[in-house]
Design a protein around this ligand. Structure first.
Ligand code: ADP
Ligand code: ADP
Length: 228
């Protein structure tokens, strides 16, 4: 089943006198549960694509459909509810709230959504990610790898259907990065979550089932398509 489609997406930024074409006519679709890496050199448009697919940024033209619904036809409030409930985000710099414990960080999306945590589900996430003994620490008492595991648990706390990850291993050493990536892949499969991961690193991208390559704002390769 297709969960997310984008159709003829373009994004331009005004940069003084110049127009920067961050994305040019991007069309792609994503299946429920697939793991897709978007790779390409710095400046090729990866983050812009991720931000538009996840409703954080508007395209200049083109559409994004989540379960067949036009994402940008929603008003701001509807869009932020959809993002909070259906999408999870994992960042390079973890973006944990420094004043809250690891456990409080994990519960944050559920509490912000004014829902009661499903304690059984949260406990299952914590176990899958192997972070049982770190829960009462503040983020700065944790290693990078531990912080990213907490961030992954937080991203999954609302049972999203899509997880968007922007260079999730970019701040980690090689070994820790591999561990975190395997965990992401494992929890994604375990929970049937679609994983769309941006990386400039081919070694990371090669762990995905599907690779989309961006160059200068265009898709130059998509491993799920014959042509391009
Ligand atoms: P990547 O993630 O592959 O490094 P980005 O999506 O961040 O690429 O950027 C694509 C292009 O768009 C780059 O040329 C970048 O400088 C430009 N760009 C990104 N965001 C902005 C912005 N807010 N204003 C102006 N230019 C931007
Ligand atoms: P970069 O690609 O430069 O590393 P990030 O991917 O960390 O930047 O974040 C991009 C922007 O999106 C940031 O300004 C961040 O605050 C914002 N952002 C991240 N997650 C969400 C969210 N769930 N809802 C709204 N805005 C968000």
């Amino acid at each position: 089943m297709q969960i997310l489609n984008c159709c003829d997406l373009s994004k331009t930024y005004a940069n003084g006198e110049n127009t920067v074409h961050a994305l040019r006519n991007i069309t792609a679709s994503f299946e429920q549960g697939e793991f897709c890496a978007v790779r390409g050199p710095s400046g090729s448009g990866k983050s812009t694509l991720l931000h538009i697919l996840s409703g954080l940024e508007y395209p200049t033209s083109g559409k994004v459909y989540y379960q067949g619904e036009d994402l940008f036809a929603y008003n701001d409030n509807q869009l932020s509810i959809l993002r909070r409930r259906r999408f999870g985000f994992v960042f390079q710099a973890y973006n944990l709230v420094q004043e809250l414990t690891a456990y409080e960080n994990i519960l944050l999306p559920v509490l912000l959504d004014k829902r009661n945590p499903d304690e059984k589900y949260i406990a299952m996430l914590i176990e899958l990610l192997g972070i049982e003994d770190r829960l009462h620490h503040l983020p700065n008492a944790l290693s990078g790898g531990q912080q990213q595991r907490i961030a992954i648990a937080r991203a999954l706390a609302n049972r999203p259907s899509i997880l968007f990850a922007d260079e999730p291993t970019g701040n980690l050493d090689g070994t820790t990065g591999k561990e975190v990536l395997s965990l992401l892949k494992y929890v994604g499969k375990e929970m049937g979550v679609t994983l769309i991961l941006v990386t400039h690193d081919l070694n990371i991208a090669e762990q995905a089932e599907r690779i989309i390559t961006l160059e200068d704002g265009s898709i130059t390769f998509d491993s799920c398509r014959q042509e391009v």
